[in-house]
Design a binder for this molecule. Structure first.
Ligand code: CA
Ligand code: CA
Length: 414
């Protein structure tokens, strides 16, 4: 019995692929990463900045359209897919237009970033580098693509839902079993991209047409999206208060008692997501300059905000930066009494700047932390004598010049 069952099983295995009616599949598969060929795949992991060349491939249509495929339309669900990650985008290169199209009749109605109303771009506002055809095209792969009288390269790129259409030559029907190339799409992970991007097709706008025994039919194939994982998303600070590189030009001490410091000891960071669970161990205090290093005495989280309180107030002529360790981003606060114009140097130009501001000649008016030299709570003529004193005496700058180093970058390790 065992001897007989062998061939029977082999026969069953050999017919199995035919018995399970294969249905058409339209897939988006990566074939190159940064110019180097890879095994075609619908799932891959890349780095921010990587360029992925993908191909739209049709397979398994033999059961649906035994006479062959005449027309394929594949519409990429790009409006959703190209920004479906946790952050950033995975846009087709050559796209220099809004993510959501702005229709126009002439260029005057277009915004400054996308100043041209382009007829070739379906009467939409585009930027000067809008050349999407570079990265979305259909190669005229012989023998099955029917190029005349229709263009081989028929990709419509009016919106990010790119639509590819390919007609086949009746004399060169695609061979069942070999994926049928429809088109190429090249996308780039933005520098800030993270998470998983899923780029698929618009179901009701993706189909194949051809002949079966009953006549000409349209078939909606099953759709296989491409899933691209970029580095996992970590929360990162998107804003801070005082804002990064802010200089407090008010007097740093009580004029009558230099042991009483008036500068801030508090920074509020806004994050890309909730700050729940963050602790002071997630942060590091860095002082660019001289003087004692403050420590973090407490943090308070609320929504996407975290308030960080230092155990001492920031010192003049220093940048005090608080770095979020995981994202390597920091917010820096400076103190430079008298540096009204935020040049980093205390000099007579600051006196003139303060005067001009008092005469309402500075637009927009100086901020309170620039012009309220005496820390009275208002910018008023009373600030002038103290500023002149500061400039004349270098009152709190001995020894050495009254300068503040250049503000450190917000992301010191880009
Ligand atoms: Ca200055
Ligand atoms: Ca004042």
């Amino acid at each position: 019995m065992a001897a007989k069952s062998g061939p029977a099983i082999a026969l069953l295995l050999s017919v199995a692929p035919c018995a399970s009616a294969e249905a058409a599949v339209l897939a988006l598969k990566a074939v190159k990463r940064n110019g180097a060929a890879i095994v075609p795949t619908s799932s891959l992991t890349v780095e921010p900045g990587d360029r992925i060349e993908a191909e739209i491939l049709l397979s398994g249509w033999g059961t649906d359209l035994p006479q062959g495929v005449v027309l394929v339309q594949a519409t990429i669900a790009g409006s959703a897919g190209f920004r479906s990650g946790g952050n950033g985008t995975m846009l087709p290169c050559g796209w220099d237009a809004p993510l959501y199209p702005i229709a126009c009749s002439d260029s005057e109605s277009c915004p400054i970033d996308y100043p041209s109303c382009a007829a070739a771009a379906c009467q939409q506002c585009v930027g000067s580098n809008h050349e999407p055809q570079q990265c979305a095209f259909a190669r005229p792969d012989p023998p099955h693509v029917f190029c005349e009288p229709f263009p081989c390269n028929d990709v419509q790129m009016c919106t990010l839902d790119y639509r590819y259409r390919v007609m086949t030559d009746e004399s060169g029907l695609p061979v069942p079993g070999i994926p049928f190339y429809i088109g190429t799409l090249i996308v780039e992970a933005s520098a800030n991209a993270c998470g998983t991007f899923t780029i698929g097709f618009v179901p009701d706008q993706s189909f194949i047409e051809g002949w079966d025994a009953g006549g000409f039919v349209r078939v909606y194939p099953s759709l296989q999206a491409m899933s691209v994982q970029v580095s996992s998303c970590v929360p990162y600070p998107i804003a801070c208060q005082p804002e990064h590189c802010n200089i407090d030009a008010r007097i740093a001490y009580d004029p009558n008692n230099p042991t009483i410091r008036y500068t801030t000891n508090t920074l509020v960071m806004q994050f890309s997501e909730s700050t729940e669970g963050m602790t002071r161990d997630d942060f590091q205090v860095i002082v660019y300059g001289t003087g004692a290093l403050p420590s973090i005495s407490e943090v308070m989280t609320e929504g996407d905000l975290i308030t960080i309180v230092l155990n001492q107030r920031i010192r003049p002529r220093n940048w005090t930066c608080i770095r979020h360790k995981l994202s390597d981003r920091q917010c820096c606060m400076g103190s430079m009494p008298g540096d009204v114009d935020w040049s980093g140097v205390l000099e007579f130009a600051d006196v003139f700047e303060l005067l001009s501001n008092l005469e309402v000649d500075v637009q927009p008016p100086l901020r309170i932390e620039q012009c309220d030299t005496d820390r009275s709570g208002v910018c008023a003529p009373g600030d002038l004598p103290m500023l002149i004193d500061l400039v004349n005496d270098g009152l709190f700058c001995d020894p050495g010049p009254c300068t503040l180093p250049e503000c450190p970058p917000q992301n010191p390790y880009p």
